[in-house]
Design a protein around this ligand. Structure first.
Ligand code: HSE
Length: 309
């Protein structure tokens, strides 16, 4: 049976001011998945590295979208998936999205690429529902489309890809797990009008800054007056990472997705590496294990390779 190998990249949702509406695809890290068609109507999931993944496909972020695809497309076949996780669950850089997006892009390829990207996002969002209890597309969108995406609406889906200038992204993942469902639960359900106005200004400024290659405008717009003040309390070292990164020349940044990872954008690699070093120093001082990455924007999204036996 035909088999594909898929690289499903990490993503940064929200981009500070755009809660649930902005997202960006990273070159590193990526999950790797091997997906095969099966002549039985079911989904089988294996973990390549022995990490514990829910084996019931309906409870698995990659499995649930595939079950929905089988149902909706009235398929008489199924999928066998082997997942090699490199993006830690609960890290805030789109672990569940990578599993879901990688699975649907691979399945679509095996079926002759019949579905447009928008349908793939619609199916992949079912994986996010399994992971966090709600559908959101600001990780699966950029994972499937690549680059920077705006999720103008999820019902109906309206996804816009926008251009961006070269940016270097430094990510630090302090090794604590923040579940997206918990990080959503703690948010206030109402927003003050004055905060909403400030946030709208920042979102518009960030989108314009990215499209006009205006680094100063990007930096000024990386401000979140609604979500960050609440969620940053879950992340040791957050304020210090942010203020020292900006002093070192980063344009700005904040919580990646629902955290605990923190990301900073820089205009050049030297600054991005200085930021990486200071992040490492901060978490060594705190005594918390961490991972760091210095990477760039992945304009391609999920990548497929045919496997020949
Ligand atoms: N927009 C989502 C949130 C992303 O912040 O809850 C989760 O990765």
């Amino acid at each position: 049976m035909k088999e594909v190998k898929v690289f499903a990249p990490a993503t940064i949702a929200n981009l500070v001011c755009g809660f649930d509406v902005l997202g960006l695809c990273l070159c590193e890290p990526s999950d790797i998945m091997h997906v095969k068609l099966m002549d039985e109507k079911r989904v089988v999931i294996h973990s390549a590295d022995g990490s514990s993944l829910p084996s019931d496909p309906s409870q698995n972020t990659a499995g649930a979208p595939l079950l929905a695809m089988i149902e909706e497309m009235d398929l008489e076949l199924g999928f066998d998936l082997t997942i090699e996780k490199h993006i830690k669950p609960g890290s805030g850089i789109g672990s569940s999205a990578a599993s879901a997006a990688g699975a649907v892009v691979a399945a679509n390829h095996l079926l002759g690429n019949k579905l447009p990207k928008e349908d793939l996002v619609r199916f992949a969002m079912l994986g996010e529902k399994v992971a966090s209890g709600v559908k959101h597309a600001d990780n699966v969108g950029p994972c499937i489309y690549g680059g920077v995406t705006i999720i103008r609406s999820i019902f109906p889906l309206d996804i816009i890809s926008i251009s961006a200038p070269p940016l270097y992204i430094t990510v630090v993942h302090p090794q604590i797990e923040v579940r997206t469902s918990d990080a959503r639960q703690i948010l206030r359900k109402e927003v003050l009008l004055k905060d909403a106005i400030r946030q709208w200004g920042n979102i518009a400024g960030l989108v314009a800054g990215l499209m006009k290659n205006d680094y100063a405008l990007i930096g000024r717009s990386l401000e979140d007056v609604i979500i960050e003040p609440v969620r940053s309390m879950l992340i040791p070292g957050f304020d210090e990472v942010k203020s020292k990164s900006k002093e070192a020349g980063a344009l700005g940044g904040g919580i990646s997705g629902s955290g605990p990872s923190i990301f900073m954008l820089s205009q050049n690699i030297v600054t991005a590496q200085i930021v990486e070093k200071l992040m490492q120093d901060i978490y060594k001082k705190i005594g918390l294990p961490f991972h760091t990455y210095v990477t760039t924007i992945n304009t391609e999204g999920v990548k497929i390779e045919e496997v020949t036996h």
